[in-house]
Design a protein around this ligand. Structure first.
Ligand code: ZN
Length: 212
């Protein structure tokens, strides 16, 4: 069985999530944007062992702590899709611009592609490429618990910004309607910021993608 616990980190209150397999107590951390000591304390409290870093995209509030955490614990960095290379390259400038601690540079151990799977312990999670907010944005879908970790693609009542370099509004709408909606109305999604919701609720009431 897969479990998860969400930890808001950084001044942006970004929803970093620990996901773990209860057979092995091995965990992946999705989007360690910062506040690493807090994340590690939560992992210890939960009794899980960190085995990997999974990234949805390379904005500073999602990826800022990645290089340091990978170095400290010798963890593989999985994702995002390689369209986000320029955002990874820009992390030092992003950290200065947004008042973050200096971000250590890193290279993903493994880039992700649409349709890939990632594993933690005995659990498998499915990867979908959902560009639009950033070109290399991916989401992590765990159908066995009807959950999806969507980063900044979709929020409760809103959608991701597309006014950054290589943002694309139509691509984002397509990602949401073609790749997230088919996961099912009952699927609960964990967005990069703010509360959880379901795809069904957003299909009905989200002002940006409702009725699609
Ligand atoms: Zn973002």
């Amino acid at each position: 069985m897969l479990h998860y616990h969400t930890i808001p980190v950084t001044a942006f209150q970004q929803n970093c999530s620990l996901v773990w397999c209860d057979q092995t107590l091995e965990a992946a951390v999705i989007d360690p944007g910062g506040d690493l000591d807090h994340i590690l304390a939560q992992a210890q409290h939960l009794g899980v062992t960190l085995k990997a870093i999974w990234l949805t995209h390379a904005h500073i509030d999602h990826a800022g702590g990645t290089g340091e955490l990978a170095r400290r614990l010798d963890l593989p960095i999985v994702g995002p899709q390689e369209g986000d290379q320029f955002w990874i390259d820009g992390l030092p400038q992003q950290s200065t611009m947004f008042g973050f601690p200096p971000a250590l540079p890193f290279t993903p151990t493994r880039w992700l592609q649409d349709g890939d799977t990632v594993t933690i312990g005995q659990e498998t999670v499915h990867v979908r490429h959902c560009p639009g907010h950033t070109p290399g944005h991916v989401v992590f879908h765990a159908p066995q618990i009807q959950r999806c970790f969507v980063g900044d693609v979709l929020f409760a009542g809103s959608i991701g910004r597309t006014d950054f370099p290589q943002g694309n509004h139509m691509q984002l709408i397509d990602s949401i309607t073609q790749r997230l909606w088919p996961m099912g109305d009952e699927t609960v999604f964990i967005p990069g910021h703010g509360p959880e919701s379901t795809f069904g609720r957003e299909r009905r009431s989200n002002p940006y993608v409702g009725g699609t």
